[in-house]
Design a protein around this ligand. Structure first.
Ligand SMILES: [Zn+2]
Length: 96
């Protein structure tokens, strides 16, 4: 996860300094391909307000959800991926 140094770290989208009470979107370094146009936004911090109006937001969310272990909602909130599939598979194994 990107380091957050309030008063010094800057938003990857607008470039303004981030403050401790700002609502932020942050991800791990989930894009390793430096030629990917979204690469510089992985392992970065962004104001949620900037993220919500970012033209690449949906591409970023889709890529995050394809690569990362948790799930990103459309507003940048991170949640554990649904585990129903694992539960279903566990139940199927018990029946055989
Ligand atoms: Zn910003």
């Amino acid at each position: 996860m990107a380091l957050f140094d309030p008063g010094f770290s800057t938003c990857a989208l607008c470039g303004r300094v981030l403050n401790e009470d700002d609502d932020l979107v942050a991800t791990s370094h989930f894009i390793t391909d430096e030629t990917d146009p979204l690469w510089r936004y992985s392992d970065a911090l962004m104001h949620r307000a900037c993220f919500l109006v970012w033209e690449s937001r949906q591409d970023f969310v889709d890529k995050y959800n394809a690569e990362a272990v948790d799930q990103m909602l459309a507003d940048g909130t991170l949640k554990p991926k649904p585990f129903w599939r694992e539960v279903f598979q566990w139940m199927m194994r018990r029946e055989t």
